[in-house]
Design a protein around this ligand. Structure first.
Ligand code: FUB
Length: 328
C-alpha cells in the first residue's frame, strides 16, 4: 500500500475551502485574503471552469498558532455589477484608513477583468466599483506598496488566466503562445492612481531574465511565468515570485526596481498536493512567512484547497531557502 505523505503544516481553517492566500500585516494583525473554493458540478477543463468561486472571505489572526478568525462574506459576485463568475485569486491594499480589495472575475463575455472594492474595514464588507479597472484583464492581481508610498499593481496568468489572448493588445478569443525559443509571455505592472481605483500609467511588461541576462524563454517551463505574481522587498532588493504552472513550483527573481527587470534565482516552494501552487510572502512579528495552499483537506481535489503558512528564510546572500509542503 502507498504510504500517506505527511504535511509540513496544517490548514489554517478547515470549515471552508480556501486558496491563493494574499497576506498583509496591518495594525499588528495578520490578514489573509484567499480565494474561497467551492464544490461544483462544472467539469474540469483547461480554462479552469471548475474553479467556480462566488465570494471572498477574509481570515485574520493576532498571533501565529492563535485563533484564526473567518470574517464572513467580504464580497459576493452578486454585488459586483459587471462580474458573472469565477472570483479567482484576490489581493488587498491599505491606504490611509481605507482598504481596497482587488479581484479577478469573468464578465458577461467570459473575459477576465480586474475589479476593485473598497471598505473602511480590512475584513469588509467591501463595496465594488461599478466597472472593472479601465484597461484591466487577466487574473491574479497583486498590489505592492513601496517604501516611498507609491502603489504598484501586478497582474497576469496564462492558460485559464487568458493573458495569451491579449498579446496583440486586444482580446482575441483564441490562445496564441510564443514559440519555445521566444521570450515567455510576461506579467504586467502599472503604478496605481492616488485614489487606488485606476492605473496611473499604461501597464508595462515585467521583464523576467535568466541568469545570463537573456529573457526566460516560453519553452522553459521550469522557469517561465505562469500566474500568481507576488512582490516583497528584503534589504533594498525587490523579489518577484510566481507560479511556474505546469511545473508546479513557486519561483523567484530579484531586481532593483518595482518595475524590474528581475533575474531568476530559484525555487521558493516545490510542488504541493494539487495542480495549482500559489503563495504570498509577508513579515509578521519579525519573522518572514510563506503563505500557500495545498489540497490536504479534500484529499487531493485540485479545486478544493486549504491555505497554510510556514516560516521562510532569506540566507545571508539574499537567496531564499527552498521549502517543501511535505514533512517527509
Ligand atoms: O484559484 C483560481 C486560480 O488557481 C488562481 O487564480 C490561480 O493562481 C490558481 O491558484
Amino acid at each position: 500500500m502507498a504510504k500517506e505523505r505527511e504535511f509540513a503544516s496544517d490548514p489554517l481553517v478547515s470549515h471552508i475551502y480556501t486558496a491563493d492566500p494574499s497576506a498583509h500585516v496591518w495594525n499588528d494583525r495578520l490578514f489573509i485574503y484567499p480565494s474561497h473554493d467551492i464544490e461544483t458540478d462544472i467539469p474540469m477543463d483547461d480554462s479552469g471552469a471548475h474553479f467556480a468561486m462566488r465570494d471572498y472571505r477574509v481570515l485574520s489572526m493576532d498571533k501565529v498558532g492563535g485563533e484564526v478568525e473567518e470574517h464572513g462574506v467580504a464580497l459576493d459576485v452578486e454585488d459586483v455589477p459587471w462580474a458573472k463568475r469565477q472570483m479567482w485569486a484576490p489581493d488587498a491594499a491599505k491606504k490611509g484608513d481605507k482598504y481596497y480589495l482587488y479581484f479577478p472575475a469573468k464578465d458577461e463575455n467570459d473575459i477576465f477583468r480586474i475589479g476593485v472594492a473598497v471598505s473602511d474595514s480590512p475584513t469588509g464588507p467591501f463595496e465594488a466599483q461599478p466597472e472593472p479597472i479601465a484597461g484591466s484583464y487577466s487574473i491574479d492581481p497583486t498590489v505592492y506598496r513601496d517604501d516611498d508610498g507609491e502603489y504598484y499593481f501586478y497582474v497576469g496568468g496564462i492558460w485559464g488566466g487568458q493573458l495569451q489572448r491579449w498579446q496583440t493588445g486586444e482580446y482575441v478569443a483564441e490562445d496564441a503562445y510564443p514559440a519555445d525559443d521566444e521570450p515567455a509571455i510576461a506579467p504586467l505592472v502599472a503604478r496605481l492612481s492616488d485614489d487606488m481605483l485606476s492605473f496611473a500609467e499604461e501597464p508595462k511588461e515585467v521583464e523576467l531574465l535568466d541568469r545570463d541576462g537573456t529573457p526566460i524563454r516560453a519553452g522553459d517551463n521550469e522557469k517561465r511565468f505562469f500566474e500568481a505574481a507576488w512582490i516583497h522587498k528584503y534589504e533594498d532588493t525587490y523579489y518577484f515570485s510566481y507560479s511556474t504552472g505546469d511545473t508546479h513550483n513557486i519561483a523567484y527573481a530579484t531586481g532593483d526596481s518595482p518595475y524590474g527587470p528581475f533575474t531568476y534565482q530559484g525555487v521558493i516552494l516545490e510542488p504541493v498536493l494539487g495542480w495549482t501552487n500559489h503563495h504570498s510572502i509577508a513579515k509578521f512579528n519579525d519573522q518572514w512567512y510563506l503563505f500557500y495552499h495545498d489540497t490536504e483537506l479534500s484529499g487531493g481535489q485540485t479545486h478544493l484547497r486549504n491555505v497554510k503558512m510556514m516560516p521562510l528564510t532569506h540566507n545571508e546572500d539574499g537567496s531564499i531557502q527552498t521549502l517543501n509542503a511535505f514533512a517527509d
